[in-house]
Write a protein that binds this ligand. Structure first.
Ligand SMILES: Nc1ncnc2c1ncn2[C@@H]1O[C@H](COP(=O)(O)OP(=O)(O)OP(=O)(O)O)[C@@H](O)[C@H]1O
Ligand SMILES: O=P(O)(O)OC[C@@]1(O)O[C@H](CO)[C@@H](O)[C@@H]1O
Length: 303
């Protein structure tokens, strides 16, 4: 089974404004509320592609209820820990440019953390655990590392998609896969990464620090897969971008879906890149049909 864990999920409030003006009254053209947070998106992508998963993490309040109800309506299993405050609302403004304002997490107690950690005891070597998204302010930045250390003898494959100190700490616990985007990768080394060659150099440093596979997502430029054996670049297909929120989560979901199906890294990488692009070209997350139509357009280059 694939488990996704979202410590900081969100109700994503998407709104479209014709010509967004800072400091003015703007009126919306359209709006939409969606369950969000990186692990939640991975679960939704997996479902759309045809795979089951269990969504773990913390939810609370009316926004948390909304997320749970939406996931259940999409036939996604949930096993969240309830917290007292409301799950945050993240605002995604689409105008000439995309602007995001992500909210603050509700407080989480030590008992609630223990309740989540207890759920990990049931995982075994046939399971995959996706630890995705930011760490709530009230939790320790090394929480992902702690979770991985707790289950290290259960031989679970762990994927980590986060940034900053939480990612740096998690790398030391030897994840199967990490997926920083270009700026998150640069952020780990206090540098700006501007080329594929530079991204390979820094991805290799993360392999030396403990990650087994590193996928660097680079928006419209595509993505990079680096491990001890290979370094490959996938050129993303071109198309009209409708909403890039969740493109990175779709890359993770698509990779996992195909990897769980046939165990081939390169084909999984191609599928993930196509899923990311299919999401960027859709209003919601990718569909299986759109993803598979893009597969032949993802060009893989050995580096
Ligand atoms: N403009 C685009 N055109 C084509 N493909 C895209 C575009 N933007 C994203 N993608 C696809 O989606 C993948 C992931 O995108 P990106 O690097 O933006 O992830 P991210 O920054 O983690 O996104 P998010 O945090 O919103 O989920 C890319 O590797 C690419 O395959
Ligand atoms: O604040 P975080 O946890 O880093 O990111 C949260 C978020 O921006 O990421 C998802 C897209 O990847 C959205 O659904 C959600 O709003």
């Amino acid at each position: 089974m694939i488990y996704t864990c979202t410590l900081n999920p969100s109700l994503d409030y998407f709104l479209e404004v014709n010509d967004f003006q800072l400091g003015q009254l703007n009126r919306m053209k359209t709006d939409k509320k969606m369950p969000g947070g990186k692990g939640v998106n991975v679960s939704r992508v997996l479902r759309r592609l045809g795979a089951q998963s269990v969504a773990l993490g913390f939810i609370g309040g009316f926004t948390g209820d909304f997320i749970r109800r939406q996931l259940i309506s999409e036939n996604i299993d949930t096993d969240f820990v309830e917290v007292d405050g409301d799950t945050r609302i993240n605002v995604k403004i689409k105008s000439r440019e995309e602007t995001e304002i992500n909210g603050l997490a509700p407080a989480i107690t030590d008992e609630q953390v223990d309740e989540l950690l207890l759920k990990l005891n049931r995982l075994n070597d046939r399971d995959i655990l996706v630890l995705s998204g930011s760490v709530p302010e009230t939790l320790s930045a090394d929480i992902y590392k702690q979770m991985m250390q707790q289950i290290k003898d259960q031989n679970v494959k762990v994927i980590v998609d986060t940034s900053g100190p939480a990612l740096r700490e998690a790398v030391a616990a030897r994840p199967f896969l990490i997926k920083p985007n270009q700026s998150e990768l640069g952020g780990l080394f206090n540098t700006d990464i501007s080329s594929i060659e530079e991204a390979v150099i820094y991805a290799k440093k993360l392999i030396d620090e403990g990650a087994e596979n590193v996928i660097v997502s680079m928006g419209g430029k595509g993505s990079l897969l680096v491990n001890r054996e290979t370094a490959v670049y996938a050129e993303a297909p071109r198309g009209e971008v409708k909403n890039s929120v969740g493109a990175g989560d779709s890359l993770v979901g698509g990779f996992l879906f195909e990897y769980a199906r046939n165990g081939d890294y390169i084909e999984a990488f191609r599928y993930g890149t196509a899923s990311g692009s299919a999401t960027a070209f859709s209003v919601d997350l990718c569909s299986k049909e759109d993803t598979e139509a893009l597969l032949p357009k993802v060009k893989i280059h050995q580096i």
